[in-house]
Design a protein around this ligand. Structure first.
Ligand SMILES: CC(C)(COP(=O)(O)OP(=O)(O)OC[C@H]1O[C@@H](n2cnc3c(N)ncnc32)[C@H](O)[C@@H]1OP(=O)(O)O)[C@@H](O)C(=O)NCCC(=O)NCCS
Length: 167
């Protein structure tokens, strides 16, 4: 882990390699929209000393003080070494630098490794909602307030819109 670096990347070649990593994701239910990924507010790469990209994660496209995490993946051979945790810590740092006051993420109920990753980084589980795609999947909503005077409840309510809460 000590020889892994977490860096912001804006280089198209690197972003294309990161997109390949996401495309190969074993949990990937939906095909990646590459252009939307390239438009992310920040893409963080985990790189070995040799420059190999072994993980990536992003703060998704958008603007303003609310940021959404997404596109987290670590190469199968490099898992359980804290790389996802490093990517999430770096995203929190970058979010603060971008003036983001609350981060949120949505995680499928069965993705326990990703949930653990968020909780370890200080995120709070908020509520479960049914997927907006009408698949019947349960999706957990998580947030991390980065500033003291943020009304997380009101912001989360506005983000879920008219989705149906899972009971
Ligand atoms: C989820 C994923 C990114 C985790 O990457 P990782 O680098 O192995 O995670 P870390 O080593 O940083 O793990 C941090 C913590 O998360 C939890 N965790 C990670 N993988 C886990 C697993 N397979 N089972 C249970 N807990 C897990 C643990 O609490 C772990 O801490 P520990 O190793 O000290 O117990 C990786 O498994 C992956 O790429 N999965 C496929 C893609 C995916 O699901 N992406 C997220 C979609 S929202």
């Amino acid at each position: 882990m000590s020889d892994i670096q977490f860096v912001i990347s804006e280089q198209l070649e690197e972003l294309a390699l990161a997109a390949q990593l996401i495309d190969g994701r074993d949990d990937n239910a939906h095909p990646l929209d590459h252009q939307v990924f390239f438009d992310s507010r920040a893409v963080i790469l985990a790189k070995t000393l040799e420059g190999e990209i072994v993980g990536c994660a992003a703060i998704k496209a958008g603007k303003g003080t609310v940021g959404e995490l997404g596109y987290l993946v670590v190469s199968p051979h490099y898992r359980r070494q804290g790389i996802a945790q490093g990517l999430t810590q770096k995203r929190i740092e970058v979010a603060k630098a971008l003036g983001i006051s609350i981060l949120y993420a949505t995680i499928r109920a069965e993705n326990t490794s990703s949930q653990a990753n968020l909780l370890k980084a200080g995120f709070q589980f908020w509520r479960d909602y049914l997927s907006i795609r009408g698949t019947g999947n349960t999706v957990g909503w998580y947030y991390l307030a980065l500033s003291a005077n943020v009304d997380a409840e009101a912001i989360m309510l506005s983000l879920v819109g008219d989705r149906i809460q899972a009971v």
